[in-house]
Ligand binder design. Structure first.
Ligand code: F6P
Length: 448
């Protein structure tokens, strides 16, 4: 069953249906390359059949680890950057109470994140928090060598060992990394941590349905069986559905049609604040997969209606080099009606008696019409409700469509050579061993 609806009516005033469907053959060829594992980056296709290959035992094992990590723990720090944290944060935020950090989460610890920035104050304040609260850590790095999470983990490991002693700290740490390579693997083996493996053939941004995403999501108290079931159903549906009924193939086609028509940027817009990090996850997935060889759609995100009062102006009347994809949620979890006020001093009685979501949906519709009138092509993606099942399906849909879109653009959607440039310079400037020559060149260039 496919719960996800893709509506391209808002695109056709700008790029005709024929032009979109002209990409059908190329997308079908991309799908053939993907399914036969004969395309670029075919050693990174472990994500393709990941949902259907995860066993109930594996999920139960992750759940058991989550439960033991949660014992007598108030805060779990998820340490990772990029694909090593965005997927879990996207799902946890989408499913959590908006104010969960201020509420007692019952048996489930609060989740906080580290390893995704190098802010000194951030880390200082995190250690202060862990001084007051009982803490545990999940450290995630596929390469096991990424500076930001390694740095955060060093600080948190030190802290936990000093607070609880090494033996107790060991049981409060889980590492998720490569099976054999990288500093984190060496460290985890040496220290005897519980570990999970990120399969070699699953890249970071495609790893949310491995323990990378599943363990933090389980710690937060959400149903990983349902998440995976949604992904499994979407995997099966997208495998068999012909182009005309296949939202992943059509999304890949329409993105390429718009790109070849001069639309160089895609803005993912939501009208649900809980989706902010789903957009962040999506931005990495598509931006890192397609932005290479001087090609690719730049991925941006906005949260509406919030950003209608800031970026709304540009979207309506600025340069016309982008299109908009609205990720819409059909049904809210709760119901809330606007009360009537006999004095009507705020002049809001015209919406009295309406559900808040009815107003939000009219904002969504009004925005769609306004942006189309402002010459912004509009793609509409709708899922029924924010549940584990629907999010699992949505994640797999975006992953599959991304791979198809990248192949259609003729790039390798599974590598990211460009991210090494800043790392090389940073290591050279910090005098890391092996980067002495680059350091000399840079210092000369900067005159320092
Ligand atoms: O899990 P790792 O190896 O620490 O990498 C984290 C992130 O860093 C990148 O490798 C980019 O530097 C991303 O592709 C990845 O999601």
């Amino acid at each position: 069953m496919n719960n996800l609806k893709l509506n391209l009516e808002g695109v056709y005033p700008f790029v005709s249906k024929e032009k979109v469907f002209a990409f059908k053959a190329k997308v079908e060829e991309s799908q053939r390359l993907l399914h036969s594992k004969t395309g670029k980056g075919n050693d990174f296709l472990g994500w393709l059949h990941l949902p259907s290959s995860i066993t109930t035992e594996q999920l139960n094992n992750i759940k058991a680890t989550a439960e033991s990590l949660s014992q007598a723990t108030e805060v779990v720090v998820v340490i990772g950057i990029g694909g090593s944290y965005l997927g879990s944060k996207a799902v946890i935020d989408a499913l959590s109470n908006s104010f969960s950090q201020l509420l007692d989460n019952g048996a489930h610890p609060h989740i906080v994140y580290a390893g995704q920035n190098i802010g000194e104050d951030y880390h200082y304040e995190l250690l202060q928090l862990l001084e007051k609260k009982s803490g545990a850590a999940i450290v995630i790095s596929k390469s096991g060598t990424t500076t930001e999470p390694a740095l955060a983990f060093r600080l948190i490991k030190n802290h936990l060992e000093a607070k609880y002693c090494k033996l107790v700290a060991k049981n409060r740490i889980v590492a998720i990394t490569d099976e054999s390579k990288g500093a984190l693997r060496t460290l985890a083996t040496q220290e005897g941590y519980t570990t999970y493996v990120i399969p070699d053939d699953v890249g970071g941004r495609y790893s949310v349905l491995t323990p990378v995403g599943l363990l933090p999501i389980a710690v937060a108290g959400f149903d990983i069986h349902e998440l995976v079931r949604g992904a499994q159903d979407m995997e099966k549906f997208l495998m068999d559905a012909p182009f005309e009924e296949n939202p992943a193939m059509q999304y890949a086609a329409v993105r390429n049609a718009l790109y070849s028509n001069g639309k160089k940027m895609e803005i993912l817009a939501n009208f649900e604040p809980k989706l902010h990090f789903m957009t962040e996850w999506w931005k990495q997935l598509y931006g890192e997969s397609e932005g290479k060889e001087n090609k690719g759609i730049f991925t941006a995100g906005v949260d509406f209606t919030t950003d209608l009062h800031s970026m709304g102006q540009y979207i309506q009347e600025g340069e016309r080099f982008f299109f908009e994809t609205v990720l819409s949620i059909a049904k809210t979890k709760h119901q809330l009606v606007v009360p009537t006020d006999k004095d009507n001093l705020d002049q809001l009685n015209f919406i009295a008696g309406k559900r808040i979501d009815q107003i939000n949906k009219m904002a969504e519709l009004g925005t769609k019409i306004a942006h189309i009138d402002g010459n912004v092509p509009n793609i509409h993606i709708e899922i029924p409700e924010l549940t584990e099942y629907n999010l699992g399906a949505l994640i797999y849909f975006f992953e599959k469509a991304c791979a198809l879109s990248g192949y259609t653009l003729d790039v390798n959607p599974f590598d990211q050579p460009g991210v090494e440039a800043y790392k090389k310079n940073m290591f050279a400037l910090l005098n890391k061993k092996g980067f002495e020559k680059e350091g000399d060149v840079l210092r000369k260039r900067l005159g320092i």
